[in-house]
Design a protein around this ligand. Structure first.
Ligand SMILES: [Zn+2]
Ligand SMILES: [Zn+2]
Length: 258
C-alpha cells in the first residue's frame, strides 16, 4: 500500500490568512499545511480519505491522474468535504462512490442537492452515497473488481460522533478528541497510524499534542504521523525533533509505503 498525505493543516490551513506569526511566515515548506486529506493506492484501487477545499490543488501537486475508486469521508465539516465538487475531472473514469455515516450523507444531500436525484444537469459530479455504520466492515472495489476491506471506527469530535478508518495495517483518525475504549483493541498491530494533534493547548473538540502523544503511545503503531495541525503547534522542524522516536509531525506530500 502506498499512501500520500495530501494535507496536514487544521480547518483554516497554515499559514492562517492575515497571521504574521513565526509559523505562518516560515519559509520552511513543512510549515505550509493544506486541509487534511490522504490518498491510498492499495490492491490496484485508489482510495481518497476526505475531500477538503484544497483537493484540486493537492491533486495538481500529486500529478498522478487516475481513477479514484472510493472516497471515505470522516465527517461533514467543510475542511473535510469542501472539495467534493472538484471530483468532476475524475468522473471521466467512473462514477465515484462516496462512503460516510448517515449524518454526513444527509448533510451532503442538503449541501449538494444538484448531485443527487433524477434528471441531473450534464456536468455535475457523478457521485453516489453509501451509508456506513461504525464497526461494520465494508468493501470498496476498482472497475476491474479488485477489492479492499475497510473497517470504520467511531471517533468523538468533542460531542460529535464521526468516523475513522482502518485499512489493513494503516489507520486514519482525524478531528478526534476521544474515542470509545473498545477502539484501542481494534487499532492493535498497526504499521502506520495517522492521527490528529491540533496544537499545544487543550481544545474542546480536537486532541492537543499531549493527548495525541498519550493516545499514540496507547495504540502503539510502529510509526505514528500527526495531522490537522494549527499554526499554534510551532515550527515543524523544532516540534518534530522533540517528539519520541516513531512519532512524527506529518507534512503535505509525505509518501509512505505500508
Ligand atoms: Zn477538521
Ligand atoms: Zn471537524
Amino acid at each position: 500500500m502506498k499512501m500520500t498525505i495530501l494535507g496536514t493543516g487544521t480547518s483554516c490551513g497554515v499559514p492562517e490568512v492575515g497571521c504574521t506569526g513565526p509559523v505562518c511566515t516560515s519559509t520552511d515548506p513543512h510549515d505550509k499545511r493544506l486541509r487534511c486529506s490522504g490518498i491510498l493506492d492499495v490492491n490496484k484501487a485508489r482510495i481518497l480519505i476526505d475531500c477538503g477545499p484544497d483537493f484540486r490543488e493537492q491533486m495538481i501537486r500529486l500529478n498522478d491522474f487516475k481513477a479514484i475508486d472510493a472516497v471515505l469521508i470522516t465527517h461533514e465539516h467543510y475542511d473535510h468535504v469542501g472539495g467534493i465538487d472538484d471530483l468532476r475531472p475524475w468522473c471521466r473514469f467512473r462514477t465515484i462512490p462516496i462512503y460516510a455515516d448517515h449524518r454526513t450523507c444527509e448533510h451532503l444531500k442538503q449541501r449538494m442537492p444538484y448531485c443527487f436525484g433524477e434528471n441531473l444537469y450534464p456536468g455535475v459530479p457523478r457521485i453516489t452515497l453509501t451509508e456506513l455504520q461504525p464497526d461494520i466492515p465494508f468493501m470498496v472495489s476498482n472497475l476491474q473488481g479488485d477489492k479492499v476491506a475497510i473497517y470504520p471506527l467511531r471517533i468523538m469530535h468533542g460531542q460529535m460522533p464521526i468516523l475513522g478508518f482502518r485499512i489493513g495495517r494503516m489507520a486514519w483518525i482525524t478531528d478526534m478528541l476521544t474515542m470509545p475504549e473498545a477502539n484501542y483493541d481494534k487499532l492493535k498491530n498497526l504499521d502506520v497510524l495517522v492521527m490528529n494533534a491540533l496544537h499545544i493547548k487543550e481544545h474542546p473538540t480536537h486532541q492537543n499534542l499531549a493527548q495525541a502523544l498519550e493516545n499514540a503511545r496507547r495504540i502503539g503503531a510502529k510509526e505514528t504521523y500527526f495531522i490537522h495541525m494549527s499554526h499554534k503547534m510551532g515550527l515543524h522542524a523544532e516540534v518534530d525533533k522533540a517528539l519520541p522516536d516513531h512519532i512524527h509531525l506529518a507534512y503535505d506530500g509525505l509518501t509512505l509505503s505500508i
